[in-house]
Design a protein around this ligand. Sequence first.
Ligand code: SAM
Ligand code: SF4
Length: 454
Amino acid sequence: MSIDLEQYSKYSKPGPRYTSYPTALEFSEDFKYEKYINYLKEGKDKLSLYVHLPFCRSACYFCGCNVVFTSKEDKLSRYSEYLKKEIDILANHIDTNREVIQFHFGGGTPTYYSAYELDEIMKHIKKRFPNFSKDAEISVEIDPRFFNQEQMEVFKQHGFNRISFGVQDFNKRVQEAVHRNQPYDLTKEAVDLARKYGINSINVDLIYGLPYQNLESFKETLSQVLTLDPDRLAVFNYAHVPWLKKTMRKFDETTLPSPTVKLEIFKYTIDFLTNNGYKMIGMDHFAKPEDELFTAIKKGELHRNFQGYTTKGGANLIGIGLTSIGEGARYYAQNTKDMKAYEAAIDSGRLPFERGVELSDDDYIRKQVIMELMANFSIDIKRVEKELGINFKEYFAKSLEALQEFIDEGLVTLSEDKLKVSQTGTLLIRNIAMPFDAYMQKYEGSKKSFSKTV
Ligand SMILES: C[S@@+](CC[C@H](N)C(=O)[O-])C[C@H]1O[C@@H](n2cnc3c(N)ncnc32)[C@H](O)[C@@H]1O
Ligand code: SF4
């Protein structure tokens, strides 16, 4: 289907990616330490543990992650000692017999750590949280430029069954501009190594919207990525937030692709991957049809959280390490971003928790609706009314008014029992979710709040 994408570039405006609702801009110190500890103590849900290993050797200029750049090994060892102490403190405040159904090493570059240190950290986690379920999803983000067989052996020993590789783009010019030299062959070796050790869920991250990218260059990257035969792909819209991330200021903004080109690239990506046997999952993920993410969509069980899309919706996410974010049904909690404060908290026997938000009833209702939209591109109105005890059209009268322009454009259809986003509408899903966000007005006109939606 050929569509005129130019007309949709008008929707290019700042907007959240809704990995949480309320978004991180609403996190504050009003959510107190004692309250957080209470949530931990009283929680009964199964656990999803996220451990942040923030270090990287050098900066990719596009990077929006919470990273500490260093070449000093003693910094890494010092942090892992603190991490273990944090895990000990956490274990004093939580029922450690709760089942762990998900574990994730994120970064930074987790594999900047040696095999030995990764092993030590994992052993410590399992000592304190011994109840990993048999089919727990155990995953790690790997930069192929930092990955060796010894590390893979450690991951295998500890039952890792998912690996996500950062690729971003294979084009030389783009790689130079973003300061990330990563040849195809090196990436292929990394993927082969993981497969050799029996990892059968391999994800590859790509980004569109980077300097010098255009449709032709991205077509080539996609073809090359396909030869790696990933089980999943994440194709992220580059979040350009130079007011938050200094390295992004190194880009000459005139080399960034325009909103129309970005839409073209993403539209092509959807068609290309769909024609090659992948299914689109949510806003930016793709998976093979046999992947559980896709089966979850069919059952309406796909969820969205800080790690993107997941099938483990009901779990209580606990963030461990610098800047990590945790999530319970009624709260979000974030650790400090400052290494000194992180160490000081742990030295005084406290968790490095800094801020967060407790969800009001209204937050809770809007969160369910926004996440359903982001995950399934539709809202089952009758089910939402039953589960949340509201009259949908009355409760969201204002939101639906604001949504009218999308309905007029045929990007959304609204019937008695269903709100449904059209195929083209999925390209603008962040814009379509925004009318349901009660905090959006606060940021009207502010250019330094969120990255652009298109
Ligand atoms: C922590 S990194 C992945 C692991 C490893 N550090 C690497 O780069 O290979 C997580 C992913 O976030 C994505 N990412 C980072 N900065 C981004 C940005 N500004 N906009 C969109 N995606 C971004 C990249 O695709 C990256 O692979
Ligand atoms: S993209 Fe990955 S390797 Fe690059 S700076 Fe960010 S976290 Fe580090």
